[in-house]
Design a protein around this ligand. Structure first.
Ligand code: SAH
Ligand code: SF4
Length: 419
């Protein structure tokens, strides 16, 4: 809300934000306990692994490889590893999809590269633009699986909302994606590819230089921010997402600052520390309820990681500060979680966390069981938060006419039946 005062930050009674050096935070007992749980999450994630980098014709997909992997591919075909640096520039700075435009590489090598490799993009199954300018793509991957990606324009910039999974294992009761079983995780190339394809669509290659990726300016580009808020739970596909964001943040490529990236989680507590330490992106947490009984029901993951644990993970999220607050998302469901009493409970819960709250009017989808809160309820709820010093904008629904708003994404992809 414009002009809203900053949040009243009352230090947490047992752990003052920023009071511990980073190394000690890493060793906090909660984090150690989480290590085993993290392994289980990783093992499960591997079961839903995406297809590998080799196409049916034997060529290999270069998008999604790390610099080291690219160098190894060059060595494997008898070329010098420095070729990887050139390729990186052409792929991620220039946005090239064809080796023949790479004029720093001699023709014979261009031909050799095109025999062995591809620089792919997800296929565009459909592309729709909403009356409010929001654009939604249905992307189709090599194995025919599909996800949706949304671009939300703002005045002089905009955010791309990217997906991380085909479907979702969680089944939050207000979310359309939650009605689609998890089919599989997206791979690194498929996650980066959503951004690259969107850039193709808006003609924003090459990466603008000068202030473009350092968080100071955005070089005037439309695709200035990324929100990891599309289909799926990003922290259940952490490895692929982390590799993809590392590519996107690389200074010699797309060069998007971590300050321009926000990851939304429904609360996978054991992965939150890791995300903060390794990626340092902005964190958004889908809270949606102020007590465990209700949150257990509408965000079933709460039964595993209840509110107190979730908020403790937020309190220790590396990098959270008054300047970089954690966003709490709160979907406003009429008569379910939108009372004034709950607004006061929310203020109480957030004590000591550098926080802002996004109030998201519920976006309906075919067959959805809820109604959007009334404008009065939305206003009243926001007023309580604002009075307590929390910035709490009411999100304007975007792209509802093309089912592109928060929680409306879903595709036809289904898990293949086991023989
Ligand atoms: N899985 C992640 C990110 C994707 S959902 C998560 O749950 O955080 C992005 C945001 O949209 C989340 O806050 C989610 O709770 C919210 N959302 C889901 N369904 C919604 C709906 N129908 N209306 C409004 N917001 C919704
Ligand atoms: Fe999955 Fe997020 Fe939807 Fe919950 S809100 S079902 S975690 S995509």
């Amino acid at each position: 809300m414009p002009g809203a005062p900053g949040p009243a930050v009352t230090p947490h009674p047992t752990r003052k934000p920023g009071a511990f050096p980073q190394a000690l935070r890493v060793m906090a007992p909660e984090a150690l306990l989480d290590a085993g749980e993290r392994e289980r999450i990783r093992a499960k994630s591997a079961i839903f692994a995406p297809p590998g980098a080799t196409l049916a014709d034997g060529r290999r997909e270069l998008v999604g490889m790390t610099r080291e992997q690219l160098a190894a591919e060059m060595v494997a075909i008898g070329e010098k590893p420095f070729r990887a640096k050139q390729l990186w520039h052409w792929i991620y700075h220039q946005g090239a999809t064809d080796f023949s435009v790479m004029n720093s590489i001699a023709r014979p090598l261009q031909a050799k590269l095109s025999e062995k490799f591809v620089i792919g993009r997800p296929g565009v199954a459909t592309e729709q633009t909403s009356s409010d300018g929001t654009r939604k793509w249905l992307f189709r991957f090599r194995d025919e699986q599909q996800v949706e990606t949304v671009y939300i324009p703002d005045d002089d910039r905009g955010a791309l909302c990217i997906s991380t999974q085909v479907g979702c294992t969680l089944s939050c009761t207000f979310c359309h994606t939650g009605t689609q079983k998890l089919v599989r995780n997206l791979g690194v190339a498929e996650i980066v590819g959503q951004f690259m394809a969107a850039r193709d669509s808006y003609g924003e290659w090459p990466t603008p230089t000068g202030g473009a990726g350092d968080g100071e300016g955005d070089g005037g580009r439309k695709l200035s921010n990324i929100v990891v808020m599309g289909m799926g739970e990003p922290l259940y596909n952490y490895e692929n997402l982390a590799a993809a964001l590392t590519i996107i943040m690389d200074h010699e490529g797309i060069a998007l600052s971590r300050r321009r990236i926000t990851l939304s989680t429904s609360g996978v507590v054991p992965m939150m520390d890791l995300c903060g330490q390794e990626l340092g992106v902005n964190l958004a947490v889908s809270l949606h309820a102020t007590n465990d009984a209700l949150r257990d029901e509408i965000v079933p993951l709460n039964r595993k990681y209840p509110i107190a644990e979730l908020l403790a993970a937020c309190r220790r999220y590396p990098g959270a500060s008054n300047a970089r607050r954690i966003t709490f998302e709160y979907v406003m469901l009429r008569g379910v979680n939108d009372s004034i009493a709950e607004a006061h409970e929310l203020v109480h819960l957030l004590e000591g966390i550098p926080a802002k709250v996004n109030l998201i009017p519920f976006n309906p989808w075919p067959g959805s069981p809820y109604k959007t809160s009334t404008p009065e309820a939305l206003r009243g709820f926001a007023e309580v938060l604002n009075a307590a010093g929390y910035s709490s904008p009411i999100r304007r629904p975007r792209g509802r006419d093309i089912l592109a708003a928060c929680g409306q994404l879903k595709t036809e992809s289904e898990r293949a039946r086991r023989a």
